[in-house]
Write a protein that binds this ligand. Structure first.
Ligand code: DGT
Length: 227
């Protein structure tokens, strides 16, 4: 009798992934503040975005180079974002819940799309990124159970970004935040791209004093693992 051979293999990192929540939203929407709110819960593994890694790749500030010379540095920056995001997606933890700041999905559907639209990524570079994303989707398990969308207006986040004055972001114009806003809306509200999990929306224009109530609303969904 002929041996039946199966070539299918389990995806990388299929084991050991807990209930996973992506925190998404424009630059300055309050993702870090949201993550910090969950610091008090023992069962939660918090994964802030690796911005510090992007600012110091063995002494090189890739984030800064990407903003200063986008035509040259957008592609290496995005490939490094892909690597660091993958490291977070696949990180094993004994905690029962993982909260991640952003995901491979926002890198792909918001930032990389924007770079193509603005002519910062050549079509050939964009195509290479797409092939990487497709390969990853086919071969790596990306756990996704809930997306918390910190929804803002570009006007509000522009003021916040100016107030926090991160040195690399000094050159970001209002128009850039508007474009990123539209891309987040297209993905998370209008469904122009795959949404890997249900979306929980929070009004993140609210000032810090008033936003705790919104956080509490999402706390229930997250801790009970019921979207
Ligand atoms: P928060 O806490 O909501 O204020 O979050 P931020 O603004 O600290 O974090 P985020 O992810 O919105 O942005 C950090 C910086 O990194 C910001 O200058 C935008 C940039 N960035 C994040 N992800 C990507 C990406 O995939 N591609 C590009 N080009 N830039 C990215």
């Amino acid at each position: 009798m002929a041996q039946s051979s199966s070539l299918t293999r389990p995806k990388f990192a299929s084991e050991g992934q807990p209930y996973t929540v992506f925190i998404e939203g424009n630059i300055g929407s309050g993702k870090t503040t949201f993550l910090n709110y969950f610091r008090k819960f023992d069962q939660v593994c918090l994964q802030a975005e690796p911005v510090e890694k992007w600012r110091d790749v063995s002494g090189v500030n890739l984030l800064d180079l990407m903003y200063k010379e986008p035509n040259r540095w957008a592609m290496p920056f995005q490939t490094y974002v892909t690597l660091t995001m993958l490291q977070t997606h696949t990180l094993a933890t004994e905690k029962s819940i993982k909260l991640m700041e952003r995901s491979l999905f926002s890198a792909r559907y918001c930032f990389v799309e924007n770079m193509l639209n603005n002519g910062v990524l050549h079509q050939g570079m964009y195509n290479v990124m797409q092939e990487w994303y497709n390969f990853i989707r086919e071969n790596v398990h990306i756990q996704a159970d809930l997306i918390v969308y910190l929804r803002t207006t570009p006007e509000v986040v522009y003021e916040r970004m100016k107030a926090r004055a991160r040195s690399e972001e000094k050159c970001i114009p209002f128009e850039y935040l508007k474009q990123l806003h539209e891309l987040h809306e297209n993905w998370l509200i209008h469904g122009h791209h795959e949404r890997p999990a249900p979306v929980f929306m929070i009004d993140a224009d609210l000032p810090l004093e008033d936003i705790t109530k919104e956080y509490e609303r999402s706390e229930q969904s997250i801790l009970s693992k019921k979207p």
